[in-house]
Design a protein around this ligand. Structure first.
Ligand code: LLP
Length: 410
């Protein structure tokens, strides 16, 4: 069962040694992989003025953001907290795109005060924004392109029944509000979903943007959102970024000719940058045989990695401690008090209590979607950068769990 797809070390740092030094469960990220993913996008879109706005929500650790900053790219933030985290990581306000969904207007004002570009996602927000700022603050509009795309219903967000953006069919209304308040619209944005394999979806989205763009004379950029699919196991198809880059760039350059000016092309990848960089190392705490199956229980669960239970997501898992063991079928389950299957019916090299198991594709929406359910503590995070393991988040302690509770006299 040893395979190049199942690394035992990253940048020559052994995963065993990380588990030993920092304990389990622990999230480990390969910084080099993140930088290489950014480079591959830059190469795929080499013929256009590309700006990458990393989708912070995927993995918002400040040290990871600093790494993105180092590559010269920016970020997309969906909450004022993500904006603030981005600034702590060293991003200038001008490098941050703020894409809220139905938030209190006070939060939007806060973002404007910080100098961050706001992505307006409803007519109502446009009205409030226009009434307060008129033409003094440049903004972007999030268009809902009515495109159904994405790995599953929960992450398909650009279709006609989705809460996101302003329907492309409401363009006349959008233009009325822009005109009424003289709002300075410098960007148009779409994001159709996550785990999108097909290049055509991005082209289709582009066509919606290109057509709408002709009604906005002051544009500086078009933002195609994120959603590029990565591989979850050997042989699993990923979005062909070369194809997306070539096709979308050609269409974009053609559009710019028609528009009369060269605009910037923005994308907002989350998973593509960080999913494959991440590993969640856990320890097998019990091997339980039933008349039907064998379960491996681990010292983690859906509180740390919710994607399998939330989206039926497949996360490859392997036995780090006994890679040459005889392959056997297992259900890998967490310690949470409800069905908590992390990996169903998988062939793993024979597992014994105490073995270390590694979940892959744990970089995106792993720790960022974690919780304290069952009053459990969140894992530590370790970044491997320049051949060294760096602790970038301490493991939570019991005190962290209760620190905001106010205990009253009863
Ligand atoms: N831009 C916007 C406006 C978004 O809403 C998202 C993700 C992205 C960019 C980045 O999408 P990505 O490149 O990561 O697919 N928790 C789910 C994914 C939810 C994505 C939400 N929006 C998962 O674990 O599959």
């Amino acid at each position: 069962m040893t395979s190049p797809h199942h690394p035992i070390q990253i940048q020559e740092v052994s995963l065993q040694s990380i588990a030993q030094e920092f304990g389990t469960p622990v999230y480990v990220y390969d910084g080099e992989k993140i930088v290489n993913q950014i480079k591959s996008l830059q190469a795929a879109f080499a013929t256009v003025p590309l700006k990458i706005k990393y989708a912070t929500k995927a993995l918002s650790n400040i040290s990871i953001l600093k790494l993105v900053k180092k590559t010269g790219e920016g970020i997309d933030a969906v909450s004022i907290e993500e904006v603030r985290i981005g600034m702590l990581a060293g991003f200038e306000a001008s490098e941050i795109m703020y894409t809220p969904s139905g938030v209190n207007f006070k939060e939007v004002q806060e973002a404007v005060e910080l100098g961050v570009m706001v992505n307006l996602d409803s007519i109502s927000l446009m009205e409030d924004f226009g009434a307060l700022y008129g033409g003094t603050v440049a903004a972007c509009i999030r268009i809902n392109p009515h495109i159904m795309a994405g790995g599953n219903a929960k992450i398909s967000v650009g279709h006609s029944q989705s809460k996101f953006g302003i329907s492309i069919q409401q363009l006349p209304e959008i233009l009325d509000v822009v005109e009424k308040y003289k709002i300075k619209i410098v960007g148009l944005h779409i994001h159709t979903g996550s785990d999108i394999l097909d290049a055509e979806v991005f082209l289709k989205g582009g066509n919606v943007l290109f057509e709408a763009a002709m009604s906005f004379p002051d544009l500086k950029f078009l933002d195609f959102g994120g959603g590029f699919k990565v591989a979850y196991k050997a042989g699993d198809p990923a979005t062909d970024m070369e194809e997306v880059g070539t096709k979308v760039s050609a269409a974009f350059n053609e559009f710019c000719e028609k528009y009369g000016r060269k605009l910037e092309l923005w994308i907002e990848p989350g998973k593509f940058l960080v999913s494959e960089s991440g590993y969640l190392i856990v320890e097998a705490t019990v091997v339980k045989n039933t008349p039907q199956l064998t379960f491996v229980g681990v010292d983690s669960g859906l509180n740390h990695l919710i994607r399998p239970m939330m989206y039926d997501a497949f996360h490859d898992v392997y036995n780090l401690s006994n890679p040459a063991g005889e392959p056997k079928p297992y259900h890998v389950v967490g310690y949470i008090c409800e069905t908590d299957t992390l990996a169903k019916d998988r062939m793993l090299a024979s597992v014994s209590k105490g073995d270390l198991l590694v979940f892959k594709n744990a970089g995106a929406y792993g720790i960022s979607m974690s919780s304290n359910y069952n009053s459990r503590l969140r894992p530590a995070e370790v970044l491997i950068w320049e051949g060294k393991a760096h602790l970038i988040r301490k493991r939570e302690e019991f005190e962290d769990l209760i620190k905001n509770q106010v205990v009253i006299a009863i």
